[in-house]
Design a protein around this ligand. Sequence first.
Ligand code: FE2
Length: 280
Amino acid sequence: MARIYAGLTTSHVPAIGAAIDLGKTEQPYWRPVFEGYEFSKHWVSQQPPDVVTLVYNDHASAFSLEMIPTFALGCAEQFMPADEGWGPRPVPVVQGHSELAAHIAQAVILDEFDLTIVNKMDVDHGLTVPLSLVFGQPPQWPCRVIPLAVNVVQYPPPTGRRCLNFGRAIARAVESYPEDLRVMIWGTGGMSHQLQGQRAGLINQPFDNHFLDTIGPDPEALARIQHLEYLREAGSEGIELVMWLIMRGALHERVRVLHRFYHVPASNTAVGHLLLDNQV
Ligand SMILES: [Fe+2]
């Protein structure tokens, strides 16, 4: 039986990917950011997943504003790194897990969580930056990856509660898959940030730290945060944090926080990162 044994959250700031790709990780500005991932890199290398279900959002790379699925599951054999305007990132092709993805699609749809099935999709920094942060720069990614793209780009995105419950449905789906697979679930995006308008550059450290402290012990409290509160407190792009609740919903009710990292700034955002495992 497949099982989800751990979860990870991280920002997916595109400038982090550029810093890796351009060899700047040891520079004074970037070194503290990458040091914050050392614990998790080691932990994951010691307890490697067969598959990562990676929750992220597409940034108009695979989906334009002509078509915006709320939840889109990548069921393809592989996914090419997207060209986001300056060529694809020099990272390996992402190898999917079609069988498990198709099983998840069937299980959650029959569980009344409608999602879009995607059989061809390029993946942008939202997916590849987290892989780089955890796995570095290998010739091949060390595990299969199932992309789960969430609309947090155009109103209305899904609610935090919907995301938490969707995560629970994903866990039920994975655990009904007959093959023995070790699965991690990653929730990416956030934390507080705003890229445009008068409040561009907004970072709300109290809000971010409360979110980091609460998602382990009391995700229900975070599921009550409404869209407008995200907008006010975390900026126009802070809504990406609902994707962390999909990760959290896929873990057990009780979890251990193995690692917590928060750093300001990276580019014009706060960087937040957690590693959680299921408390048996
Ligand atoms: Fe993003």
